[in-house]
Design a protein around this ligand. Sequence first.
Ligand SMILES: [Fe+2]
Length: 326
Amino acid sequence: MSKPAIPVFDLDSPIEPGDILAACGEVGCFNIRGGSITPQKTQALLAQMDAFFSLADDDPEKQACHRDRNHGANGWTPSMEEPAYEANTIAWVESFDCVLANERLAQVPEHLRCGVRPSIWPRIGGFRDTVRDHWDAMIETAAAVFPLISQILGQESGFLASKASSQVLNTMRLLNYPPNPAPADGVNQGISAHTDFECITLIHQTAPGLEVKSPQGNWIRAPVEAGQWTVLIGEMVEHWSNGQVRATPHRVPPTAWPRKSIVMFLAADPGVQVGPLAAFVDNDHPPGYATVTQDKVIREAMARAEANRAAMADKIASLKRQISPG
Ligand SMILES: [Fe+2]
């Protein structure tokens, strides 16, 4: 039997929440097109990503926004230095990460900033403005998806917007996967299997590689289509639904071809308590999830991933020497 395809919904036409719920049950996620993220905006962003990622790793512009050299500020993470979601794995991906615009982040009271560090930008003409423009388009598109997620949670259409609109804990990731010449031995990954910590994730890829796991346990390749975005369900939705709508496991196995992806994590607001909603709890379905906050979930998961990376430090150094013996 062939694996089911990921259904595509057009944001510029009416969408039945029941169809979204069915997609989540069958393949674990869904795709969207239309809305505010035009293919032209994405093409402009991909061109800027090319300009940044084609710089040598020792280029001053990359080094100036190196995450580890700026105490964890958002910026550049070199290949193989990505925190590893699964123990004993190495991620062959470099990234540029950014958060809410620095001037807006500075206006957030410190106790609601949850330790989020500002973004550090490379001095590449148009880079910052293009990324910020795409961020805004992704926020607008997410706002069009939020009512659908609210409805599959049995809530009024404004529910998710009321819980997840501050953008303080959102992260946008620009990912560059170089061709992976390392042996496909289970250690070397694009990104190892995991679920995302937030409410939903929007993700677009330029070449095959992303795989999602259906609730039935099938790994399904996400399509590569200009203007299409995969919507992954995040862990907060799983908590709210008491496990009825599951977070989407996904991974990127090693690929012999280059690829890029653009990702936005849409997070619950600082301080929002996320636990099973009354609509999903009864005598037959007692609460199966703790009530948590988004910032605590992210902080604890990233600490585990950082520990996994630290445990692989010697192996990473050895691999880097093999690739660049000089
Ligand atoms: Fe992810």
